[in-house]
Every structure is written in structure tokens, then in C-alpha cells.
Design a protein around this ligand. Structure first.
Ligand code: ATP
Length: 717
């Protein structure tokens, strides 16, 4: 990497754009006093990000912009561009050429760009720190500042050395980490405060939520108990209604039917009265009369026949009626009479028996009288027989009529008995139906009460568990072979009651708001806790990073100081022709305003001039101070060479001999860094491979021309 060119436009005295190319290791810039040479040095400082206006010899940004001159109008902005060849990619960039530019406008605003892309000031500083172009500008020594490193305090000197050693980048990182750490600590304090503020509220919400959760659990249990109870109850009521209502109708109908049947039967029976008895009695009377007549006729016939037989026996002497036959006849009549009823029998039999007995006693009839009456008796007999026949026939008819009537009467009595028992059976049936109906109605009344209770449960349940109460409609109740005992359902109801009381004791409020707030606060707490964890991790990371960086800084600084000290002594010896020189770190304790003591590390410069005994740097002459400074600055550049060094009249205070020594050191330095030397010194000019002459024209504008050594000597005058 090397410095390729510098373009200046509108910056200070450069009212017109100029481009300085740096094709050689050493470039000299010469010119008369006030021509604008130091403005070139400042252009370097400016473009590389110098923030101190003092270092740029101005008070504000506007002072850096060309102010106009005789016939030349002022510029609106000042811009400087520096271009590096980066083909070796030292500037960790993919570009082969890197142009850094800075523009300042009259309003004081600054713009930085790398290869035309706008960047932050910090990006430029960090990029350049990586190639030992530090922000303290130890590689740009402005006019009259050659001994500034000696004038600096030990702490400032330490800083210059750190910058020179390229430790700034690490220190930026450390500073970044410290800032991050500080921010993280602040954030953690804020987070802790928020957590502390939220904790009691969170505790309260947690307790509330736990209570509501318990209530939720109880409500869920209650819902399940409700679902089971209501589903079973609804089914029970539906089933029992389906069973009882038709039964009620059927029984009512059955009762009405039985009642009607009873009344029909009674009505029917009333029509079939036992009205045959008078007719039977009449027939009996008629029969008795006929039989009386018949008995009389029979008696008459018997008498006639007896008379006739007696006559015949008298008429025919040989005619005898065997006693045995008469006895047989009597027995036969007696036998038959036994079959007749009492009244008939006694009349008939007594008569016949009386006659026969009389006949047998007499044992004969006056035959003469008999013969005389024989014919009349036969005639009478004939008439009596016919009468008897007629009366028998009549008797038979009346008997048949009576028997028929009796039969009819029997039938009627049977029927009436049958009707009576039918009525009794129907009454029984009706009574049974009535009993069952009353039982059914009593059960229906209980069922209606159950229905009312179910409605009440539903209403109450809706208040306690909301619309979930209707979940019972979806609930399947297991079918059982035997309908379960009602007591079981009553037990469920009691259980339900106990759960309701439990819920009411805890509280029926669903606590939605508390849950919501709890979730929100919890989310916030979780977020804060996570944030705190992240911050703690970040703090740990930062602390570790700071420690690591500090360790590296410390070790690289200690090592660098040692190296620089060695180089310092070498250059010192060259410049002073002997003596000793060193830089050492020193710890000083500083008492702060708050009474605490702080340990600060600084860098001290120790020199011992040949042949002179000096106790401190303040005893050195101006020239000697410049030489010591140069030796130290060059030593830094030797240890960590920057790509280029700008030395603005660093050689101004040197006498001829020292100028020569200075020139010889320049040659050494140029091996590692490009040098841009603003000088009036001939020895120095000799070293330069290219020379620029700067003059100021009549309009107060610095102009640039490439010159040869002799011209340069002229221009420098
Ligand atoms: P010396 O050899 O005496 O140190 P020099 O060549 O280094 O001189 P500079 O200090 O670079 O000179 O230039 C100073 C000149 O620049 C002054 O003449 C000053 O008027 C001019 N100058 C400074 N700022 C501006 C500005 N904003 N606009 C115009 N000219 C300016």
C-alpha cells in the first residue's frame, strides 16, 4: 500500500483544485512563506479525520473553506481526497485503489466517503487505525510541533505511543465494550427497578389467578356434574313421561270402559227380569186342577172298573181274581205312585189302595146287581177312560208347558248370575284401573315437580357456569338394562349442591381480567427477566472482551515500548553522536477531587547527552529538543511504520551538521514509509525524489508546480 495522490479543492488557500501525486518514496514541498505549504499538511490531517479545529488552525469548519481573494470568489465547500494504492490489499478492502474523501460545508457539516460511498467518521478512523494511521496524527508533524511529544504530559505521550503502536483500534474496541458495558449496567439497573416494581403486583396477580384457577377447576367439575345430572334427569323425565302419560290415558280409558260396561250390563240385566214365576204358578195351578180332575176320573174309572170286575167275577163264578195278581197290581201302583209327587201320589194311591183293600176285604160283589149294572158300567168306564185320556194328555201338555217355563226360568237365573259376576269382575277391573290411575297420576305429579326442579337447576346452572350448562344436550348417558334407582340421581343432586356451595365460597367470577392482566404482566416480567439475562450475558461478554483487549493492549504496549525505546536510542545516538536515550513507563498516583487516589500510567523520556550532564528535558536547547523529538517520532515510525509520514519543517531548527544527520535518518525512514517533507532545508530537499513548488498568486490562491532541485531552492526562498 502506498500514497498515490492528494486532491485539494476549496480547502484554505487552495481556491482552485490541485492534485499532488506521490510517485517516489520521498516528496518535498517547497515554497515561500505563506504560500500554502502547511495547508497541504493540514489537508492531510483534514482528510484523515482530524477533529481538532486547533490542529487545523481554525475556529470553525467555515475557516477551512477558501475565503476568496482578489478577483476570486469564495468556495462553498472544501474537499480533500487522498488516494492509496491498495493492490496489496493492506487496507482490508476489495478495491485495488482506496480513495478517502472529506468535505466540509459552510454550515459546518462534514461528509466522509470511501470510494465515493458515504461513511461515518468512525469508519474512516477505524479503517486507518488498522494501517498505523492513528487519530493522534503522530505520522503528521505540523510546523512547530516537532517537540510536541516532549511537551506532552506522560499520559498524552503514552497515548501518542499507543496510537503509534496501532493499539488505538484495540482501544476503540475496548472503549466500545466499555460503553456497551456501561449501557448494559444502566439497562440492568432500569430492568431491575422495573422487575422490583412489578414483583408485588405480579405476586398479587398470581394469588388471584391461582384462586381463579381453583374456581375454574371447581367450575369444570360442576359443569361435568351438571352435564351428567341434567342429561340423566332429562332422559328420566322423558322416559317416565313417555311411560306414564300413555298409561294414564289407557287407564282412564280402561276405567271409563269398565264403567260403561257395568252400566250396560246392569241395563241389560234390568230388561231380563224373572217374570216367569206367575206363569209357572198359573201352569202349576192348571196342572193341579187337571190332575184333580184326572184323579177324580181315575177314581171314578177305578170304581167303575172295580164294579165291572166284581160284576164279571160274580157273573162268571169260575172267574176268580187271584189274590196274588191283585197284590202285584197294588205294588205296581204303589211303585209308580212313588215316582209321582207327593200330592198326586197321596190322592191317587190312597184312593186305589183304599179301593183295592176294600175289594180284597169284601172278596166278592153281589153278582145280580152287577149284572144289572154291567153295561152302564162299561159305558161309564169308556167315558171315564176317554176323560182320563184327555185329562192325561192335557196334564202332559201342561206339564210340558210348565217344564219349559221352568227351564226358561232356570236359564234366566243362570244368565242373571252370569251377568252379576260379569258386573263384579268389571267393577274389580274398574277399581284396579282406578287404583293404578291414581298411582300413575301421583307419579306424574312427582314427575312434574321433578321437571320444575330441572328447570330451576338449568336457570341456576346458567348463572354459575354460563352457556356450558347446555353441554348436557351432547352428553351420552350409558344405557343400563335395569333402570337405576331414583335415589342414585338424588345423590347426584346432593353432590351438585355441595359443589355449588364450594364454587360460591371461592367466588363465581371467571376472573378473565385478572388472567389477562396476569398474562400481560407475566409476559412483561418474562421479557424483563430475559432481557436481564441477556444483559448479564452481555456484561459478562463485555467484561471478558475488555479484559482480553486490555491484556493484549498491555502486552503489545509493553513490547512496543521496549522496541521503540531501542530504536529511540539508535536514532538518538545517530543524531547526537552518542549518549543514551530510553522511554519508560511510570505509574503516578493522582488524588482526585473526591479524595480517592487514581493510578495513572505515563511514559517518560530519559536522555543522557554525550559530554553533557542534564537533569531534565527542560534543560535542552530548542535544537536539541527537536532532535530528541525527531529521534522518538522516528523510532515510533520504525517500530510500526505508517504508510506515509508528513513532516512539516521538522528540520527548521537544525544546523547544517544536524541537517545532514536528519537527512541520513530520513533515508532510513523512507525505506518503510513514504515521506512528504515540507521544508526550506537544502539537505532535506536533496533527499526528495520529487519536488513540488507552491506559490500564491495575486488572487491569494495557492498554485502548485512540479520543480527540479534548483528551481526548488529558488522557490523555497
Ligand atoms: P510558512 O513557510 O511561512 O510556514 P506556509 O507556506 O506554510 O508559510 P501556510 O501557513 O500554508 O503558509 O499558508 C498560509 C496562507 O494561507 C495565508 O496566506 C492565509 O491567508 C492563507 N489562508 C489560510 N486560510 C485561508 C482561507 N480560508 N482562505 C484563503 N486563504 C487562506
Amino acid at each position: 500500500m502506498y500514497l498515490k495522490e492528494l486532491q485539494i479543492e476549496g480547502f484554505k488557500s487552495f481556491g482552485k483544485p490541485v492534485t499532488l501525486s506521490f510517485p517516489t518514496r520521498i516528496t518535498g514541498i517547497v515554497g515561500p512563506n505563506g504560500s500554502g505549504k502547511s495547508n497541504v499538511t493540514e489537508a492531510f490531517r483534514f482528510v484523515l479525520g482530524e477533529q481538532s479545529m486547533k490542529s487545523l488552525r481554525g475556529r470553525r469548519g467555515e475557516d477551512l473553506i477558501f475565503n476568496g481573494g482578489d478577483g476570486a470568489s469564495r468556495a462553498s465547500k472544501a474537499s480533500v481526497r487522498v488516494t492509496f494504492d491498495n493492490t496489496d490489499h493492506t487496507l482490508d478492502d476489495s478495491f485495488d485503489e482506496v480513495t478517502v474523501s472529506r468535505t466540509v460545508r459552510r454550515d459546518g457539516s462534514n461528509e466522509y466517503a470511501v470510494n465515493g460511498t458515504q461513511v461515518r467518521h468512525r469508519d474512516i478512523v477505524e479503517m486507518l487505525a488498522g494501517v498505523n494511521i492513528g487519530a493522534t496524527g503522530h505520522h503528521i508533524i505540523s510546523q512547530g510541533e516537532a517537540d510536541s511529544i516532549l511537551n506532552a504530559s506522560p499520559e498524552e505521550r503514552k497515548e501518542i505511543l499507543e496510537d503509534g503502536l496501532g493499539l488505538k483500534l484495540l482501544q476503540y474496541r475496548r472503549a466500545e465494550a466499555e460503553k456497551k458495558l456501561e449501557r448494559a449496567r444502566q439497562n440492568i439497573a432500569e430492568t431491575d427497578l422495573l422487575i422490583r416494581e412489578l414483583t408485588p403486583h405480579m405476586r398479587h396477580l398470581k394469588r388471584q389467578v391461582e384462586r381463579y384457577k381453583k374456581a375454574r377447576a371447581v367450575r369444570t367439575e360442576l359443569e361435568s356434574l351438571y352435564a351428567d345430572y341434567l342429561a340423566r334427569e332429562t332422559r328420566y323425565i322423558a322416559q317416565t313421561t313417555a311411560e306414564l302419560e300413555p298409561r294414564e290415558h289407557a287407564l282412564a280409558r280402561q276405567m271409563a270402559d269398565a264403567e260403561k260396561k257395568v252400566s250396560d250390563e246392569k241395563h241389560r240385566r234390568a230388561g231380563t227380569k224373572d217374570d216367569l214365576t206367575p206363569r209357572i204358578q198359573q201352569t202349576e195351578k192348571k196342572l193341579a186342577a187337571v190332575r184333580e180332575k184326572k184323579d177324580a176320573a181315575a177314581r171314578e174309572l177305578g170304581r167303575a172298573e172295580g164294579e165291572h170286575s166284581a160284576l164279571e167275577r160274580l157273573g162268571n163264578t169260575n172267574t176268580a181274581i187271584e189274590r196274588k195278581k191283585v197284590l202285584e197290581l197294588r205294588d205296581d201302583i204303589q211303585h209308580r205312585a212313588a215316582a209321582a209327587n207327593q200330592e198326586e201320589r197321596s190322592r191317587l194311591i190312597d184312593y186305589i189302595i183304599g179301593r183295592l183293600t176294600a175289594f180284597l176285604k169284601t172278596d166278592g160283589i153281589n153278582s145280580a146287581a152287577q149284572r144289572h149294572d154291567g153295561d152302564a158300567i162299561r159305558k161309564e168306564q169308556e167315558t171315564l177312560r176317554k176323560t182320563l185320556e184327555r185329562l192325561s194328555k192335557e196334564e202332559q201338555e201342561i206339564t210340558a208347558e210348565r217344564d219349559r217355563l221352568r227351564e226358561q226360568q232356570e236359564e234366566r237365573i243362570g244368565e242373571m248370575r252370569k251377568s252379576e259376576s260379569a258386573v263384579i269382575a268389571l267393577m274389580d277391573e274398574k277399581a284396579k284401573a282406578e287404583r293404578e290411575l291414581s298411582d300413575t297420576r301421583r307419579r306424574l305429579a312427582v314427575l312434574r315437580e321433578d321437571e320444575t326442579q330441572l328447570r330451576r337447576e338449568l336457570e341456576e346452572g346458567a348463572v354459575l357456569v354460563g352457556p356450558n350448562i347446555y353441554a348436557y344436550k351432547e352428553k351420552k348417558v350409558p344405557e343400563t338394562e335395569q333402570p337405576e334407582k331414583r335415589e342414585k340421581q338424588k345423590e347426584r343432586q346432593r353432590q351438585l349442591e355441595r359443589k355449588k356451595i364450594q364454587l360460591e365460597t371461592i367466588g363465581t367470577d371467571s376472573g378473565e381480567d385478572a388472567f389477562k392482566e396476569h398474562d400481560e404482566v407475566k409476559e412483561r416480567m418474562d421479557f424483563l427477566t430475559r432481557e436481564k439475562d441477556d444483559l448479564l450475558k452481555s456484561i459478562a461478554d463485555c467484561e471478558q472482551c475488555i479484559k482480553r483487549v486490555q491484556k493484549e493492549v498491555d502486552s503489545r504496549f509493553a513490547e512496543g515500548i521496549k522496541k521503540i525505546s531501542g530504536e529511540f536510542e539508535s536514532f538518538f545516538k545517530i543524531l547526537f553522536g552518542g549518549g543514551t536515550a530510553a522511554i519508560i513507563t511510570e505509574k503516578t498516583k493522582i488524588e482526585k477531587d473526591n479524595g480517592e487516589t487514581e493510578e495513572r500510567i505515563g511514559v517518560e523520556v530519559k536522555v543522557s547527552l554525550p559530554r553533557k550532564k542534564i537533569r531534565s528535558l527542560s534543560q535542552l536547547s530548542g535544537g536539541e529538543r527537536a532532535l530528541v523529538s525527531i529521534a522518538l517520532l522516528f523510532a515510533i515510525s520504525q517500530v510500526t511504520p505508517p504508510p506515509f509520514l508528513v513532516l512539516d519543517e521538522t528540520d527548521a531548527a537544525l544546523d547544517e551538521a544536524n541537517s545532514r544527520r536528519y537527512a541520513s535518518i530520513i533515508e532510513v525512514l523512507a525505506k518503510r514509509s513514504q515521506l512528504i517533507l515540507v521544508t526550506h532545508n537544502r539537505e532535506t530537499m536533496h533527499c526528495a525524489g520529487a519536488l513540488y513548488g507552491i506559490t500564491m498568486n495575486a488572487a491569494g490562491i495557492s498554485t502548485l508546480l512540479s520543480v527540479q532541485f534548483d528551481e526548488a531552492v529558488q522557490v523555497a526562498k
